[in-house]
Write a protein that binds this ligand. Structure first.
Ligand SMILES: Nc1nc2c(ncn2[C@@H]2O[C@H](COP(=O)(O)OP(=O)(O)O)[C@@H](O)[C@H]2O)c(=O)[nH]1
Ligand SMILES: [Mg+2]
Length: 278
């Protein structure tokens, strides 16, 4: 006879299925229940505020989608995503996270860390713009197609007015140019201990959900433009859940970019019409 307890510490009559799944036998409890290892606890599987499939199959599917993605505009051969964020926000780590998934091992091609002389800081303002590389008339291929504001999730509540002003300035520029705006909300593992324990909690944690909502409100963007992220930073092995979080963000950025390119194309075609019928 097995004794299990629910989240409130009450005994729950259960029935063990042959596959090891434990279900309440009195039918009085709603929802789904899981058996949590040796602790002999059952807890309700929380609702995902952003439905996510954590299976290996899904990871491979997303990876395939990204590898085979081609913008429908033939003048754009590669989608350019510009990461903007404060020093230490996790830009290099996000790059490395994506790179790691595609190289099937943890990589560190972008130098990251919190050292005073980090690469990001060295490149800040002292280097002159190389004019011979600067394109006054960039082609569709040279342009930035998507901006990813990289924001440390633990900094959302303490974002200074100056930093917010800087972000808004970039947003204005992006809006004028029809550039897609997204947010990569890093370090959600330090925001919520459930996420630290299990990355899949990223899409069930109310703490993360609130942070996503706050950033969306702050930047006046739809919630689905904000991607909660846990970068590879301490891991030495790949983890499907971290990879899924990162790749689904990247795939979404590519899809949004494609939508924006199509919108631009439609607008250009409409502009050729002799008159507008309203
Ligand atoms: N816990 C945790 N640390 C992170 C995460 N992303 C980045 N970091 C750490 O934050 C620090 C700064 O990251 P880095 O990528 O160099 O920031 P950058 O200056 O924006 O390029 C590094 O020590 C990273 O290991 C994350 O998702 N979770
Ligand atoms: Mg960096």
């Amino acid at each position: 006879m097995m004794t299990v307890y629910n989240n409130n510490g009450h005994k729950v009559p259960v029935q063990a299925m042959p596959n090891g799944v434990i279900i309440p036998s009195n039918g009085q409890m709603n929802g789904h229940f899981i058996y949590a290892g040796d602790q002999r606890h059952i807890s309700e599987v929380p609702t995902q505020w952003r439905p996510t499939n954590w299976s290996r199959e899904n990871l491979l599917g997303i990876k395939g989608d990204i590898m085979s993605f081609t913008p429908s505009d033939p003048s754009v051969t590669r989608t350019r995503i510009l990461m903007i964020g404060l020093v230490g926000a996790g830009k290099s780590s996000f790059y490395n996270t994506i790179d790691s998934v595609f190289r099937n091992r943890i990589t560190q091609r972008a130098t990251c860390g919190s050292a005073e002389n980090s690469l990001t800081k060295n490149f800040s303002s002292k280097l002159p713009v190389s004019w011979w590389n600067f394109k006054i008339k960039p082609s569709a291929n040279d342009r930035v197609h998507c901006i990813a504001f990289v924001i440390d999730a633990t900094s959302v509540d303490v974002l200074s007015k100056e930093d917010l002003h800087k972000i808004r300035t970039f947003q204005e520029l992006a809006k004028e140019r029809g550039i897609v705006q997204t947010v990569v909300l890093t370090k959600i593992d330090t925001l919520c201990k459930d996420v630290k324990r299990d990355i899949s909690s990223a899409v069930t944690s109310p703490v993360v959900e609130t942070a996503v909502q706050k950033v969306a409100d702050l930047l006046r963007l739809p919630r689905n433009n904000v991607f909660p992220m846990k970068n590879y930073e301490n891991e030495t092995e790949l983890d499907d859940k971290i990879s899924i979080l990162a790749l689904s963000a990247l795939r979404q950025m590519l899809h949004f970019t494609e939508d924006a390119l199509q919108k631009k194309k439609e607008e250009a075609e409409h502009a050729k019409w002799p008159c507008n019928i309203l």
